[in-house]
Design a protein around this ligand. Sequence first.
Ligand SMILES: Nc1ncnc2c1ncn2[C@@H]1O[C@H](COP(=O)(O)OP(=O)(O)OP(=O)(O)O)[C@@H](O)[C@H]1O
Length: 775
Amino acid sequence: MQNSTFGTELLHRTLAGTKQNPGPLTHVSVIPSRSATFAEWPDWVADEVRMALADNGIDRPWRHQVEAADLATSGQHVALSTGTASGKSLAYQLPILTALINDPNSTALYLSPTKALGADQIRAVATTIAGRRAFNHLQPCAYDGDTEPEIRQWARAHSRWIFTNPDMLHIGILSSHARWRHFFRHLRYIVIDESHHYRGVFGSHTAMVLRRLLRISRSAGGNPTVIAASATAADPAGALTRLIGEPAVAVTEDTSPRGERTVALWEPDFLPSVVGENGAPVRRSAGAESARLLADFVIEGARTLCFLRSRRGVEITARNARALLAGTAPELMDRVAAYRAGYLADDRRRLERAIADGELVGVATTNALELGVDISGLDAVIVGGYPGTVASFWQQAGRAGRQRDSGDSLVVLVARDDPLDTYLVHHPAALLDTPVEATVTDPANPYILAPHLLCAASELPLTPAEVERWDAAGAVDDLVAEGLLKRRKAGWYVAAGVEPHGDIDIRGGIGGQVLIVDQTTSRLLGTVDAGRAMSTVHQGALHIHQGESYVVDELDLVDGLALAHPEEPDWTTSARETTDVTITRILDEQRHGPLTTALVEVDVTHQVVGYLRTLISGEVLDAVELDMPPQTLSTRAVMYTLTPEALEGVGVTVGRFPGALHAAEHAAIGMMPLVATCDRWDIGGLSTNLHPDTGLPTVFVYDGYMGGAGFADRGYEAFGTWVAATRDAVADCRCETGCPSCVQSPKCGNGNDPLDKDGAVKVLSLLSRQYLIDA
Ligand SMILES: Nc1ncnc2c1ncn2[C@@H]1O[C@H](COP(=O)(O)OP(=O)(O)OP(=O)(O)O)[C@@H](O)[C@H]1O
């Protein structure tokens, strides 16, 4: 192991208590500390701004802050991509505050993916300008779903810096842009904070909302410059360009100071007496292992944040850590708490203060604390389960370090029972030396584009130049044919009576919605995309809402209602569904000897046939049958075929085709997030030893959204990297015949049967070899 440092010492002391053989630690790296590089204040920065910052303890800017601010001031859209707590806020505050002082009419718009982050940023700005007359007329104000109607009216009339989110921008601002005309005419800057969050379907919707924002502002006479901030973005300039549809430049060199950071990768052991599906072994859960580490770190006096993927996981981990402390250090029990979205704002603020001033030593949290909230300077971060993207991992890791004492810190990633987690803890370079993944968006998806075209046309007539720029001619023709758009001299208008804004749920996905209602109180708990309702809120499904759990009593597809009641069972549910795929169009195809890969349009027909109930330990309680109608999804898929001869040539006999292809498909789905910014629940798959459209053994991996979300396209582009990593993940797993860490899938329609782990390694090796030979 490396030099004795804060992180490695803390690890050593923690490991002293584990008996596992081989030990849980699969890798340790030490990232050295770095000192700050300062720059001079640019001449254009208003004196009042400089003085306000100095009073807030900022005497000199770091170089990257000035670089980004200079670019924005010169009118270039800029993406600032530097580490967590590297002062990205200052980089946009400098040009905005200066512009707002110099031009008493100018305005600014701040967008964040969550309301909590927006609230945090307003507080930061309010603190900076508090008590200074020069800033009296700024009136920064939140404008989101929580803002009272009177305040909204006031904000429209008086605020020069509005803090909102893409949802509100779409439904509450662009839809009534005439009332915002003065604001848009003088709009100088748009901030897109945490811009890597705009990915997949949400990102594609947001991309269209931003294009609409820019056109409305320009038509009102404004000419805003976009400043995007993200702790971690691959190709930040390209990502921002894709998001706003206009050229952007990037600043990526982080010049803020940082303490030494030790990163450890940790794989929990198998549980000796627990049996999973089809007799597979089960590892100790990432939550249970994280609770143990959290308790250990707290005993060592290390201020620790522990990130878990679910709200339920957060509650259980905090409870388990406290239970462990009850036995060894009861005086520390009250210094461990849970934090997640869904708590009341006051409770959250209280917890944030308690974390900041050290009253709380250990906190289990969801990614609610990953975004922006200015909490840093902690000693350790436990990441309980890979958060899905390299970007999120670094964002969470970045909560430790800097500010306090030496700023040295320890970050531990605890693997979950999942092929991607297994792969990463055994291939540290894929996590630690890899640039973060490119965000995937697909605003050209006709199911996303068409409703936004209607919104755009209802806001201002669509011009031929815009239709061309948005590559929307086909979609516009379809909308005209449906009678929703009308062509007139000045462009396209919406037909009378069409009110398109309310039909788009920019986070929910595509298509209609099913309402989830607590039938004991008639309270609306939330909504789910109609296409996903049968697999997520079927009768008997466990539904978690803001940390409270509910069990669904009835799913009424005709009325679009799922009726549930509160219940805290000790099991979770996962739907089992059967799937058929038909190829409707081949978009691109490549032949590599016996292997053919293709990007295709497909119709996927699903039928939910039942669900499994699984105990928190991973043990399967039972399987329940359901009788549900089939439904069809038109989407895009990446697919491959192999000839039977090639499969037999690598030792997979005909009888083993189904198990080998099925296992290879599951693992590939689990590994897709490595190359595309998606979750395994965003995609689905099908494998068959003989597909009617190809006449060959075939595997499909498709986007789980109408029209696709761009994931299959990424899988097709990055096919070589994706299958090679999948092969390694399966081959490296220490189980004998397959487990959830490699080839079992938590949502398999066939109960994870048949699965042939050895066959999958042979198939994946063949794919990898063939693809490389002929690439
Ligand atoms: N030039 C500077 N000199 C000293 N401190 C600074 C400087 N710039 C920013 N800071 C401080 O660094 C801390 C982190 O800044 P900030 O929250 O803006 O970072 P961020 O990059 O936006 O964080 P996140 O990744 O959480 O969005 C704040 O406490 C801020 O006051």
